[in-house]
Design a protein around this ligand. Structure first.
Ligand SMILES: [Zn+2]
Length: 53
């Protein structure tokens, strides 16, 4: 199953999640840390660390 990268705007944490195609299509992704739906899909990790500096 494909794993997707996300970033939570509520707690400012990146996370990855494995979604079924159905779940992905639904778009009901929530943050595993705070349960927020304020999540944005990312396609790569590399840029994440640069923002905090
Ligand atoms: Zn969060």
């Amino acid at each position: 199953m494909p794993q997707y990268e996300f970033f939570c705007h509520s707690c400012n944490r990146p996370f990855s999640k494995t979604l079924t195609p159905a779940e992905y299509k639904e778009g009901t992704v929530t943050c595993p840390e705070c349960g927020s739906k304020e999540v944005e899909q990312r396609w790569f990790y590399a840029a994440a660390d640069r923002r905090s500096a």
